[in-house]
Design a protein. Structure first.
Length: 368
């Protein structure tokens, strides 16, 4: 646990940059000869873009995916004048072609309107590489499949063709295989251009999805726990929050907003300074009829009692045999509970948990 954070008595996250580097090397080796890029959108999934991107660059990564132009410019400023390739997944923003080219950002273009705007402006702004996004069944960004044969690509510097899978994490679904077939059939005319379709889940789905490049995100930061996982990936994060008060509660007393939990016997509770304003899902609440989430203290589970408040959550410490006191920290994510377990208990996904953690949660970086 971080001593500085303990002294501040506020919630904090330990981020092990060595684990991120380790995961990148493991995945890179697994996917060879495909290129291993890195998805660092949403502030590197909430872990800090600068620290994570520099770590990945030092680990050998040269291709990075972010969400939009703002994130891309921020990342380019972090990298400076090197040759790292920065892709903006959300495409070309209207009337902003000059910004992409001047900052050497590669827009992932997915519509005729974007492509035409880029083509019109390259004479004035100069040319830079672009990527094309094909919609193979996600029904989100990308050219429709019936548009592809009509695309006019003469004179364009197309660096990459990509698509995105809708159910890569579901072993029972055959949609990913169908999407892969569509992408390969539609790109026969694009000879010599790199192709990519694999996110973290698809990397472990099968070698056929690797193509020329893969785009891991969550597996770099939290490992990946689905069947078929690459052995040896590590979670890079730990999350702790402080106890600010301990109370003895009499049988029959209710706890928290809505009085949704009533003590059926005398219990001891700890109030933890962490709530939905910090990113803890409200859905981790519990009632007398439905259990919610739990934290850990000295490896012992401490179930959440009642609703998650904005800044505080109550946990049951009745069974804690060790001395527990105000100022101690509980583990929210760590050796006893990984982010996938927390997300499952909340009825959500690890991506949402990670990216919801906000600036009230202090970040502490280590490289061990």
């Amino acid at each position: 646990m971080n001593d500085n954070a303990q002294n501040m008595l506020s919630a904090f996250m330990n981020i092990n940059l060595a684990s991120i580097s380790h995961n990148y090397h493991k995945i890179s080796k697994f996917v060879k000869p495909a290129i291993c890029a890195a998805t660092v959108k949403a502030d590197a999934y909430g872990l800090g873009l600068e620290e994570v991107a520099i770590t990945l660059q030092n680990s050998g990564c040269k291709y990075f995916f972010v969400s939009d132009l703002y994130e891309a410019i921020r990342l380019r400023n972090i990298f400076g004048s090197n040759d790292n390739v920065v892709y903006a997944l959300n495409g070309l923003k209207p009337k902003m072609t000059k910004e992409y080219i001047s900052h050497r950002i590669t827009p992932v273009i997915g519509s005729s309107a974007e492509l035409e705007e880029y083509r019109v402006n390259i004479d004035e702004c100069g040319e830079h590489r672009i990527a094309l996004h094909f919609d193979t069944g996600f029904s989100r960004l990308g050219f429709e499949m019936n548009e592809i044969s009509k695309l006019s690509i003469n004179g364009l510097n197309i660096d990459l063709i990509m698509s995105h899978l809708s159910t890569a994490e579901d072993p029972q679904s055959n949609l990913p295989e169908n999407q892969l077939d569509q992408l390969l059939n539609a790109t026969n005319r694009f000879v010599g251009i790199k192709k990519t379709i694999a996110n973290s889940a698809a990397i472990f789905r099968g070698k056929s999805f690797l193509l020329d490049m893969v785009r891991p995100g969550i597996s770099l930061y939290c490992g990946y726990n689905e069947k078929g996982n690459l052995n040896g990936l590590e979670s890079a994060i730990e999350l702790y929050a402080p106890i600010i008060q301990i109370k003895n509660i009499k049988a029959g007393s209710t706890i928290g907003y809505g009085a949704s939990y009533r003590a059926i016997k005398d219990i001891r509770i700890a109030l933890v300074e962490f709530g939905y304003a910090d990113g803890l899902p409200w859905s981790l609440k519990s009632t007398n009829h439905q259990s919610g989430g739990q934290f850990y203290f000295n490896n012992a589970p401490t179930p959440i009692l009642g609703r998650v408040s904005m800044d505080i959550v109550a946990i049951d410490v009745t069974g804690i045999k060790n001395d527990i006191k105000r100022g101690d920290f509980v583990e929210i994510i760590g050796s006893n509970q990984n982010i996938d377990t927390l997300a499952k208990n909340a009825g959500t996904i690890s991506y949402e948990i990670l990216t919801r953690l906000n600036s009230r949660v202090k970040k502490h970086y280590k490289y061990v």
